[in-house]
Write a new protein. Structure first.
Length: 295
């Protein structure tokens, strides 16, 4: 086996890990794949002597893909807060379970709600949190990526952790119970039952909807009654909603006349819906892989 083939094989051994790192960093499968491809290009450009000197190829590649992802985050030019709405690219799977590729991406309960919170972090904070808290990368290594001291890298992760812990709702561990709650929400929406909708929603429920450039724009709705009224406004689409897993949790995908209209992710806490995250941007929906629902 020549050096190039050997290197390609070693890279493929790390691809799933690198894709998971990039996805948590970027919240987009499309961008994550771009970052992974760029990390391969950088590896393939190294001469054989330099490659032979890499003691920990997985660590080296993790650093490279993190640098690429950090640059991509900085180039977005978007400043988010929890009061703004940007729904990351959802991962849609059949209702009966995740495939191995999605399991790797969504390990450690990387649900849509968590990714929404990560979108509100500064790029360096997100990198420090993702690498240290999710992949146990030492702060000394993180410091070299962000160009700061290890102490500063630790502070970045700490700030991010407080933001995540303060905003991220931890879903019920029982997936079957989550399904029951989401089914009850869908049935109440189809039936136009306002009282049943309120009953299945947490009093402090938050609904975030990202319509992109459509007139509806970005929408943030708080409170059970307000969210129930919002659901009733779109009750005519409820009959077109298909059950699916959205980032590993029960969700719904609305398809009308063969065209995707929305992907809805639900966070169920203590038997009630705590968060609803909706991607309804036609341009971005076109990039979401929904073929798994037809399998």
């Amino acid at each position: 086996m020549n050096d190039t083939a050997w290197l390609a094989d070693r890279f493929e051994e790390n691809r799933r890990h690198l894709r998971a790192v990039a996805f948590r960093m970027l919240g987009s499968l499309t961008e994550a794949d771009d970052a992974v491809q760029e990390s391969w290009l950088r590896l393939s450009r190294q001469d054989s002597e330099r490659v032979d000197g890499i003691d920990n190829l997985t660590g080296w590649l993790t650093t490279v893909v993190a640098r690429v992802a950090l640059t991509m985050l900085k180039n977005r030019g978007r400043e988010d807060s929890l009061e703004s709405v940007h729904i990351p690219e959802p991962i849609v799977s059949p209702e009966d379970g995740l495939d191995p590729e999605h399991e790797a991406l969504l390990a450690d309960s990387v649900g849509l709600a968590l990714l929404v919170v990560l979108e509100t972090l500064q790029p360096a904070e997100r990198l420090a949190f993702v690498l240290h808290d999710m992949f146990a990368v030492p702060f000394e290594d993180i410091a070299t990526i962000v160009g700061k001291s290890p102490a500063t890298a630790r502070q970045l992760a700490s700030r991010a952790r407080r933001r995540v812990q303060g905003a991220d709702a931890v879903p019920d561990p029982d997936l079957g119970r989550q399904r029951e709650v989401v089914r009850a929400f869908s049935a109440a929406s189809r039936g136009g039952d306002f009282a049943a909708l309120v009953a299945v929603l947490d009093p402090d429920v938050v609904l975030r909807a990202d319509y992109g450039s459509l007139p509806a724009g970005l929408k943030l709705v708080r409170g059970a009654e307000a969210v129930a009224r919002q659901a009733l406004m779109f009750a005519r689409f409820a009959m077109h909603a298909r059950p699916a897993l959205v980032n590993g949790a029960p969700g719904r995908v609305t398809i009308v006349d063969g065209r995707p209209m929305a992907v809805m992710g639900f966070t169920v806490v203590d038997g009630r819906i705590k968060e609803i995250d909706i991607l309804a941007d036609p341009e971005r929906l076109a990039d979401v892989d929904l073929t798994v629902l037809d399998a």
